[in-house]
Design a protein around this ligand. Structure first.
Ligand code: SDX
Length: 431
C-alpha cells in the first residue's frame, strides 16, 4: 500500500472523522474510506464507481485527460508499434519486458497449450448453429473447470500459473471453434509452426480441403488489435473478474464471468454495435440524422464507438486502430470501403459538433476495430469474441494481482436502501 502522509477530514453534524489519503505514482490521490462505516456509521454512495478506486494496482494506468495508456509504464502506442501480443502478455503477467530467452520460453509454453481437450468438441454440438459466439464462449470457457482439474486450486501459485497460460493459449482456439461451428465448417486444429495471431487466423479461415497461407500483413494487424485490447485498468469486465475471484471461484469461472460482462453493447459489445450502426447509416448524407438522434435526450440511441468513462480526450488505442484500418483496407484494395468512408465523415462531423466536444466524447477503441475485422472476413458476431480473447490476459493479470494481495477479502458492497421498512405479513383473505 502507498504511504499516507496526508489526511482528509470529513465533518457532518457532530461527527468529525480523519481519513488517511494515499498518493499514487500517477493519477489522483485517494481517500481511504474502508474504516468510515466503523468510525462514523455512514456509507459512501457511488453507483457507477465514477469516483471510486476499488483496489491498488501496478499493471495499467490511464490518463483520461492526456489520452494516455501505460502497461507497466510503457505507452500503448510504443507497444503497438514495437512489441507484439505475446510479449505484451508477458509484460502484463510478470511486470517487465522479457529477455529474448524468457520470451522464447513463454511463447513455447503458450504454443504447447493451444489445443483443447478433445471431448470439449462435444460442447459445441449442444449449441444451435446460430448461437452468438459469445454465448458459446461463456459456456465453453466456464466448462474448462470441468476438465482442467489440475489448475483449479487458486491457493497454489503453480496451478494459478498453469491456468493462466492455458487460458491465454486456448481462448483463440475456442473463439475459432465458436466461429467455425456457427458457419458449419469443421474445426481447424492449432499449428505449432505459426505465431499466436497467425495461428488464430488459420484456425478461423483455413479449411481441410486446401492449404491456407496466412497473409503477414493481416496477421500483424490482428496482432495489433489483440495488443490494443489486452488490458485497461478496472473496466467493467475486469472488475467483474476481480469480484468473482474475490470469492475464491476457480480461474475459468472468473474469466467466463468477465466474458459475460464484456458482451454488453456499452462495453466490449460496442465494436459489433458500432459496425452495425455504420452500416445502418449507410451513406454520409444520413450522418446528420444519426448525430441528431445521439444528441436527443428522448432517444436512447447513442453513437456506438464514441465516449468513454475515463478518456475525455482521444482514446490512444483509437488512433493506432485508425492507422491500422487504413493499412488493412489499402492492402485489401478496399480503401474506398463505404463503411470506412462513413466512419471517417461521422468522426469529423461529431468532433465538430459542440455536443460531443463539450461532453468530451471522442472515438474509442471500438470505433475502428470493427472495420478492420470485417475487412479481414470476420462477421460482426466475432468482434466481441476477439476482444474477449485479447482481454483474457488483462483479466488474468488483474486476477493474479488480486489473489497476491495479502489484504485481499471478498468484495461485498453495501447500498442506499429506499425500500419498505419492516411490516407484518397480511393473509390473502385480508388483502
Ligand atoms: C469500452 O471502461 C473501459 O475501459 C472500457 C473499455 C476497455 O478497454 O475495457 O475501454 C472498452 O467499453 C469502450 C466503450 C465502448 N462503448 C461504446 O462505444 C458505447 C457508446 N458509449 C457510451 O455508452 C458511453 O460513452 C460509455 C458507456 C462508454 C461511457 O458512459 P459514461 O461514462 O457512463 O458516461 P455517461 O453515460 O454518463 O455520458 C455522459 C454524457 C451523457 O449525457 P448527459 O446525461 O450528461 O446529458 O454523455 C452522453 C450521455 O448521454 N454520451 C453520449 C455518448 N456517450 C455518452 N451521447 C451520445 N453518444 C454517445 N456515445
Amino acid at each position: 500500500m502507498a504511504d499516507n502522509k496526508k489526511t482528509a477530514t470529513l465533518e457532518f453534524g457532530d461527527t468529525r472523522v480523519d481519513l488517511p489519503m494515499y498518493s499514487p505514482t500517477a493519477g489522483p490521490d485517494v481517500i481511504d474510506i474502508s474504516k468510515l462505516y466503523a468510525q462514523a456509521g455512514v456509507f459512501t454512495y457511488d453507483p457507477g464507481f465514477t469516483s471510486t478506486a476499488s483496489c491498488d494496482s501496478t499493471i495499467t494506468y490511464i490518463d483520461g485527460i492526456k489520452g494516455e495508456l501505460l502497461h507497466r509504464g510503457y505507452p500503448i502506442d510504443q507497444l503497438a508499434e514495437k512489441s507484439h501480443y505475446l510479449e505484451v502478455c508477458y509484460l502484463l503477467l510478470y511486470g517487465e519486458l522479457p529477455s529474448a530467452a524468457q520470451l522464447e520460453a513463454f511463447e513455447n509454453r503458450v504454443t504447447r497449450h493451444t489445443m483443447v481437450h478433445e471431448q470439449m468438441h462435444n460442447f459445441f454440438r449442444g449449441f444451435r448453429r446460430d448461437a452468438h459466439p459469445m454465448a458459446t464462449m461463456v459456456g465453453v470457457v466456464g466448462a474448462m473447470s470441468a476438465f482442467y482439474h489440475d489448475s483449479l486450486d487458486i491457493n497454489d501459485p503453480d496451478q494459478r500459473e498453469v491456468a493462466s497460460v492455458r487460458m491465454i493459449a486456448k481462448l483463440p482456439t475456442i473463439a475459432a471453434m465458436a466461429y467455425k461451428y456457427s458457419i458449419g465448417q469443421p474445426f481447424i486444429y492449432p499449428r505449432n509452426d505459426l505465431d499466436y495471431s497467425a495461428n488464430f487466423l488459420q484456425m478461423c479461415f483455413a479449411v481441410p480441403a486446401e492449404d491456407y497461407e496466412v497473409n503477414p500483413i493481416l496477421s500483424r494487424a490482428m496482432d495489433r488489435i489483440l495488443t490494443l485490447h489486452a488490458d485497461h485498468e478496472q473496466n467493467a469486465s475486469t472488475s467483474t473478474v476481480r469480484l468473482a475471484g474475490s470469492s475464491g471461484a476457480n480461474p475459468f469461472a472468473c474469466i467466463a464471468a468477465g466474458i459475460a460482462c464484456l458482451w454488453g453493447p456499452s462495453h466490449g459489445g460496442a465494436n459489433q454495435a458500432c459496425l452495425e450502426m455504420l452500416k445502418e447509416i449507410g451513406t454520409p448524407d444520413r450522418i446528420p440524422e444519426f448525430i441528431a438522434r445521439a444528441k436527443d435526450k428522448e432517444d436512447p440511441f447513442r453513437l456506438m464507438g464514441f465516449g468513454h468513462r475515463v478518456y475525455k480526450n482521444f482514446d490512444p488505442r483509437a488512433k493506432v486502430m485508425k492507422q491500422s484500418a487504413d493499412e488493412v483496407l489499402d492492402l485489401l484494395g478496399v480503401e474506398d470501403n463505404p463503411v470506412l468512408q462513413v466512419a471517417k465523415e461521422l468522426e469529423a462531423a461529431a468532433l465538430a459538433d459542440p455536443y460531443f466536444a463539450d461532453k468530451k466524447l471522442f472515438p474509442n477503441v471500438d470505433f475502428y476495430s470493427g472495420i478492420i475485422l470485417e475487412a479481414m472476413g470476420f462477421p460482426t458476431s466475432m468482434f466481441t469474441p476477439i476482444f474477449a480473447l485479447s482481454r483474457t490476459v488483462g483479466w488474468i493479470s488483474q486476477w493474479k494481482e488480486m489473489l497476491g494481495d495479502p489484504g485481499q477479502k471478498i468484495g461485498r458492497p453495501r447500498q442506499l436502501y429506499l425500500g419498505e421498512t419492516m411490516r407484518n405479513y397480511v393473509d390473502v383473505e385480508d388483502r
